[in-house]
Ligand binder design. Structure first.
Ligand SMILES: Cc1cc2nc3c(=O)[nH]c(=O)nc-3n(C[C@H](O)[C@H](O)[C@H](O)COP(=O)(O)O)c2cc1C
Length: 187
């Protein structure tokens, strides 16, 4: 696929089914992610892959975090949390290990991680792998961080759901560049 065509057409696939990406496809996606712009080469990226039964363990962790905030959650609500990771055969958890650096503040490291995720999404799309980046309150929940074994300096920045796109592909919105871009003339 031509690079510009890829950039102009990437879209998320909210409904995903099996099979998930092959190890070869994942390798390409991670190699693409590791080419993200990175101030001072801090490599502020870490990824966890979750598939198979481990998705159920992740669902339990999400339910545990939700119950931590609200002890009286209904069984229905809890099973909704448990089911979240089952919405795709493979998940990639995108983590930013923030390092102390005199010239590179935390926000720049998180922007680098976000750029890495976008590259991963593009490499997924280029290979016909469906993907969607999701977060939600539980993404930033300390119980989730602890359950995943994140270090103090690590921030979970997203759940990337991966699989085979299901149903019809959504239409892309038409946007006008002029609604977002203008020239600053200096005064
Ligand atoms: C940081 C971040 C977090 C997101 N979290 C969610 C989410 O929790 N749930 C959701 O439906 N979409 C979420 N989105 C939006 C989708 O990933 C996707 O971009 C959106 O549905 C638009 O689709 P498109 O990528 O095809 O334009 C998030 C996007 C970003 C950048």
């Amino acid at each position: 696929m031509d690079g510009i065509e890829l950039l102009l057409n990437r879209r998320s696939s909210p409904v995903l089914e099996s099979p998930g990406p092959t190890p070869e496809q994942l390798e390409v996606m991670f190699q693409a992610a590791l080419r993200a712009p990175d101030h001072a080469r801090l490599r502020p990226w870490r990824f966890l892959t979750v598939s198979g039964e481990a998705r159920e363990a992740l669902g339990e962790l999400l339910a545990k975090a939700a119950r931590f905030d609200q002890q009286d959650l209904s069984e229905d609500a809890l099973s909704r949390f448990r089911g979240m990771p089952l919405r795709a055969p493979t998940l990639v958890l995108a983590i930013c290990p923030v390092k102390e650096h005199p010239k590179v503040p935390e926000i720049e490291q998180k922007m680098s991680l976000a750029a890495a995720v976008q590259s991963l999404l593009l490499a997924a799309y280029a290979q016909g792998v469906g993907a969607v980046w999701r977060t939600g309150d539980l993404c930033y929940h300390p119980v989730v961080a602890e359950g995943l074994g994140l270090a103090e300096n690590e921030a979970l920045m997203g759940f990337i759901y991966l699989g085979t796109p299901s149903g019809s592909q959504k239409k892309l919105p038409v946007m006008e560049v002029s609604d977002f871009v203008s020239e600053w003339s200096g005064n």
